[in-house]
Structure formats: structure tokens, C-alpha cells
Design a protein around this ligand. Sequence first.
Ligand SMILES: [Zn+2]
Length: 78
Amino acid sequence: MSTEPQASDRCPRCGATFACGAAGPDPCACTTVTLGAALQERLRTQFRGCLCLACLRALAQPQAAGDRGGGGGAATGP
Ligand SMILES: [Zn+2]
């Protein structure tokens, strides 16, 4: 009856506890979310470790609702 994933990880973005697949037999939830290379690099610089699935899905969207006020460098292509 102990098949529940251990929420030993805390999302650095929203503070929610979740279980990273890296610590279990199942693949990490982040593998189910397609993140752009630029976004992955940005997350690495902003956060340490994995984010929860909710945040990953929110960030994976082109226009995240809660992504305003970033003020980061806008990567304007040629
Ligand atoms: Zn989160």
C-alpha cells in the first residue's frame, strides 16, 4: 500500500511538493512535457532541480498566463 510516489522534491517555482522521477522507477513527469531548449536553459538558471508538472505545463505553453513581469532579455531573432 506504499505505491504512492514520495514527494521528496519541492517545486522552486510554486513551492508544491512533488515526486521527481529521477528518484523513482517511473520517468520524471518533465519527460512528458516538451520544453524548448531556450526555456530549459532559462529554467536552469532560475530554478534548481525539477519543477512540478503543473509549472512545467504552464511554462511549456507559448504564452503562460503567469509569466508576465519577467523583464528578461527578449530573444529577438534576425
Ligand atoms: Zn510548481
